[in-house]
Design a protein around this ligand. Structure first.
Ligand code: FAD
Ligand code: DHB
Length: 387
């Protein structure tokens, strides 16, 4: 079997890449180890930057997102007994975010690929990538797929990155001493906008998916198991962390999903080796506080599509050679923003009173200075591509 681009992983990165390549007349095969049902149900991100929304709309896969997605023009930072709004419409006019579940993006992309006759294979076993320096190929379930190029879109735990010979990639990373417990609940959101709450008990985030489904996250110790958090404990803790301003009451309902996400910052440089190009979580991870992971995956794939189009249309390797450098500028900006939002809003075990005062002082600055608030808003809605 032969294709132009062998894509490992049917997450947002792999599926969008396959779709964008199809629009440029470039063939690909997507190999995914999980089932279609599994990837369509995997609850993860929810915040789409302006550029991500524009990319999906331009690619013809944004119709349902435009209908069902929730545009947001601000977020609230809640701490010290008060809420402070960061108004995007004032600080970054014309730019906003859309709340639309990652699994909905994945569903829309799978539907588009299949409708166009795309080759997306689920539940493939033993995927391995070979001969990365030239004439690369992928093996899986006893089959062989020859390709011109391989795109490693298989997330942080995939097989693509570990296939690069030792010593080629430099790893930059930081682990955090906490995780996020994420839940999805059948209840009307208690706030119209997202609330990022910093409390002495830890961080909490109130997000949503629709007028009847809310999404919440709680900062928990790194080694937390979901079983330690029965529903009553979750609601009690969410109340304790979110009901900190007068008049705010948290509505509760049936919890329909629970999961623990470790927090990590991670980047490999370069994001390529021979004919292998890494995109999305396969190359970098951010802690979710800045809502940047999915958006970075989309940004990588845009760059890779242009580079592959130049390669297949004109035989030019210039953009492919510069792929990693072109992506890493945005990757590092998002790394800094995500680290900064994380340290601003979480409690750290080794915090001393001095550290806590610094954190509160910075929060006061961000919520009172227009310049500081603009920095937050500009990064949160996403810097324009190419800047
Ligand atoms: P993935 O989505 O991880 O996809 C990789 C795919 O490869 C998977 O389907 C996997 O099954 C498959 N795969 C793995 N190994 C193999 C193999 N050996 N063979 C074949 N297939 C394989 N980001 C945001 O932008 N905004 C947010 O609000 C946000 N919130 C988040 C909240 C949580 C709780 C979590 C966990 C993440 C959040 N993120 C957020 C991050 C975002 O979900 C990821 O950055 C995004 O999924 C990256 O997409 P990807 O396609 O690169 O990787
Ligand atoms: C959501 C996730 C995030 O990481 C974030 O910063 C905001 C919202 C969400 O899943 O809705």
């Amino acid at each position: 079997m032969r294709t132009q681009v062998g894509i490992i992983g049917a997450g947002p990165a792999g599926l969008l890449l396959s779709h964008l390549l199809h629009l440029r007349g470039i063939s690909s095969v997507v190999l995914e180890k999980r089932s279609r049902d599994y990837v369509e149900r995997r609850v993860r991100a929810g915040v789409l930057e302006q550029g991500t929304v524009d990319t999906l709309v331009e690619a013809g896969v944004g119709e349902r997102m435009r209908r069902e997605g929730l545009p947001h023009h601000g977020i609230e930072l809640r701490y010290g007994g008060a809420g402070h709004r960061i108004p995007f419409e004032k600080l970054v006019p014309g730019r906003s975010i859309t709340v639309y579940g990652q699994q909905e993006v994945v569903k829309d992309l799978i539907a588009a690929r299949l409708a166009a006759g795309g080759d997306v294979r689920f539940e493939v076993e033993d995927v391995a990538v070979h001969s990365l320096e030239s004439q690369p190929y992928v093996t899986f379930g006893g089959e062989r797929l020859d390709c011109d190029v391989i795109a490693g879109c298989d997330g942080f735990h995939g097989v693509s990155r570990p296939a690069v010979p030792e010593g080629v990639l430099t790893v930059f990373e930081r682990e955090y001493p906490f995780a996020w417990l994420g839940i999805l609940a059948r209840v009307k959101p208690s706030s119209e906008e997202l609330i990022y709450a910093r409390t002495d008990r830890g961080f909490a985030l109130h997000s949503m998916r629709s007028p009847t489904v809310s999404r919440f996250y709680l900062q928990v110790p790194a080694d937390t198991r979901v079983e330690e958090w029965p529903d009553e404990r979750i609601w009690a803790e969410l109340r304790a962390r979110l009901e900190s301003v007068p008049g705010f009451t948290l509505a509760t309902g049936e919890i329909i999903e629970k999961g623990v996400t470790p927090m990590r910052s991670f980047v490999v440089e370069p994001m390529q080796y021979g004919r292998l190009y890494l995109a999305g979580d396969a190359a970098h991870i951010v802690p979710p506080t800045g809502a940047k992971g999915l958006n970075l995956a989309v940004a990588d794939v845009r760059v890779l599509t242009e580079a592959l189009a130049a390669f297949f249309e004109h035989g030019s390797t210039e953009l492919l050679d510069g792929y990693s450098d072109a992506c890493l500028k945005r990757v590092w900006r998002a790394q800094h923003f995500s680290w900064w939002m994380t340290t601003l809003l979480h409690t750290f075990e080794d915090d001393d009173p001095y550290g806590r005062r610094l954190q509160l002082s910075y929060l006061d600055y961000v919520t009172s200075s227009e310049a500081a608030a603009t920095t937050l808003a500009e990064n949160y809605v996403g810097l324009p591509y190419g800047s």
